[in-house]
Design a protein around this ligand. Structure first.
Ligand SMILES: [Zn+2]
Ligand SMILES: [Zn+2]
Length: 390
């Protein structure tokens, strides 16, 4: 057995590095050590070796299972029979390398084009033929649903109609006409990949590319299913009942596992995300699980005190306004807000006191108020407004 390599040391990260830290370290090192970025042949060679090493380390540590095995058994874990090829290859035209051969980890399950493309700005001649071979997971679907403020507060169940790609029943998802079978691709011999040798400034490299004849499937359908035209999936309308939990907020989504598009070549289906749009309430504003409203209280009640009725999400409640209450005073009713979606209980309602000034008063009211103003030593408008004015 070869000596176990310290992948953490290679990437310069600690043993408890997060995925994000790993990705960051990898991006930085990949950029520094990219062979194409070196000036002379010697440093190109060194960089190439280092690049392979970085890549090997990252491909193992970025994979949860491989990382766990590595942590237990070291870099020789594959020889111990634990590793092995998983998933597919990414074939890309990157610099003519055969990435799938790097480090012998049997296929790199990361999107190198994504990572390196963002590092180098895509200027290194990446092929556009990024295709994953093997099972393809179905696409995730998004559905926008409008609900009322109360439905968000108390929860509801809604039926939605979605149109999604489902497995074709006629061919059972194979894409081949019933009674026929897909045949092995003659171009790649069923491997789904073809090897292309390229001469580059760094020498000859063999690139593994997705077979263009079968699109990586390894098989060709000679008599396509007439129902789905050989795709294996068909658009179907489906009614789905969606449970909206009490407490959901605007912009939040409910994920329904496996309710997205059907997968291809044995891949699992995607998920359906129902994103809720909550319409505003005529009285209440929501912040988290608490709700807020302004309440108008007559001046006299603020001065003298008294009871007022206030709205809630259910029946009105009565609150007591103490004598001498100021505008801007807040009153709370606990446990009458929105249900906490994560656990027990409800938020509160907070009322903000604003003053209710009458727009019109009669002569008697005016007289009494004037007397009151006199007692308070306040100078007020002497004449009835509008009397002389009109
Ligand atoms: Zn079909
Ligand atoms: Zn083929």
């Amino acid at each position: 057995m070869a000596e176990s390599k310290d992948y953490y040391k290679i990437l310069g990260v600690s043993k408890d590095a997060t995925d994000e830290e790993l990705k960051k370290a990898f991006r930085k090192l990949a950029k520094e050590n990219h062979p194409d970025a070196q000036q002379d042949e010697n440093s190109k060679k060194q960089a190439e070796a280092r690049f392979k090493e970085i890549n090997e380390a990252y491909s193992v540590l970025s994979d949860k299972n491989k990382r766990a095995q590595y942590d237990r058994f070291g870099s020789n874990f594959e020889q111990a029979g634990f590793g092995g090829a998983q998933g597919g290859y990414y074939s890309n035209g990157f610099g003519g390398f055969d990435f799938s051969g790097f480090g012998g980890t049997g296929g790199i399950d990361i999107d190198l084009e994504d990572i390196l493309g963002s590092v180098f700005g895509g200027g290194f001649g990446f092929g556009s033929s990024k295709k994953k071979q093997g099972p393809i997971r179905g696409a995730d679907l998004k559905y926008s649903m409008n609900i009322t403020f109360e439905e968000a507060a108390f929860g509801t169940t809604k039926e939605i109609n979605i149109s999604r790609n489902d497995k074709c029943d006629t061919c059972n998802g194979t894409g081949a006409k019933p009674g026929t079978k897909p045949t092995t691709c003659d171009k790649c011999g069923g491997k789904g990949k073809i090897q292309v040798t390229q001469n580059t400034i760094m020498g000859s490299f063999s690139t593994v590319k997705t077979c263009d004849k079968c699109g990586g499937k390894g098989t060709i359908i000679l008599s396509p299913c007439e129902h789905c035209l050989g795709t294996g999936t068909i658009k179907k309308a489906k009614k789905i009942s969606v449970n909206i939990p009490a407490g959901i907020d605007d912009g939040q989504a409910i994920s329904l596992r496996g309710e997205g598009d059907a997968g291809k070549m044995g891949g699992s289906p995607g998920d359906l995300f129902v994103v809720v749009k909550v319409s505003p309430h005529s009285i209440f504003k929501r912040k988290g699980f608490d709700i807020y409203a302004d309440i108008k209280v007559p001046y006299t009640k603020l001065v003298l005190g008294g009871k007022i009725k206030v709205p809630t999400l259910e029946e009105d409640e009565e609150i007591t306004i103490p004598e001498g209450t100021q505008v801007g005073t807040k009153f709370k009713i606990r446990d009458k807000g929105i249900k906490n979606i994560h656990g027990k209980g409800r938020g509160y309602i907070e009322y903000n006191v604003i003053v209710d000034i009458p727009k019109r008063i009669n002569d008697k009211q005016r007289e009494i108020l004037k007397q009151y103003a006199d007692l308070m030593g306040e100078e007020v408008q002497n004449k009835k407004k509008g009397f002389w004015g009109k």
